[in-house]
Design a protein. Structure first.
Length: 120
């Protein structure tokens, strides 16, 4: 289990709007918002975006769990409307690390994001 993840951005407002849109269909909400860092989660923050250092996309992938196919599709659509770039449309996937139904986007800073449902 991961305790938390922090991504850096050079535009906190833009990233906040993207993650507000992407994570709402997954049941996540803001739990923390001050001093250049915003945190989202279900019961407590586990994912943060900060504007303390330069962004460094290209490190890997962040995958968020969804409760169903409708949530995966809603996150895909909301993420693109909020400035993300779709890299793989929602659909069935067979991968050791992904669930059974996933979608992939790049956030506004270029970080790779997956939204997935099902167990690997």
């Amino acid at each position: 289990m991961i305790h938390h993840v922090v991504l850096e951005t050079d535009d906190l407002e833009r990233s906040a709007a993207f993650y507000d849109a992407l994570l709402a269909p997954l049941g996540w909400r803001r739990h923390y918002d001050k001093e250049g860092i915003i945190g989202w989660g279900i019961a407590k923050p586990a994912f943060y975006v900060a504007s303390r250092n330069d962004p460094r996309p290209g490190f890997g992938l962040i995958s968020f769990p969804a409760n169903g196919i409708a949530a995966v599709k809603a996150a895909w659509e909301a993420g693109q409307r909020a400035g993300g770039t779709g890299t793989r449309e929602p659909g069935a996937i067979r991968s050791p690390a992904s669930g059974s139904y996933s979608t992939f986007l790049k956030d506004p800073d270029g970080y790779d994001i997956e939204v997935t449902v099902g167990s690997p």
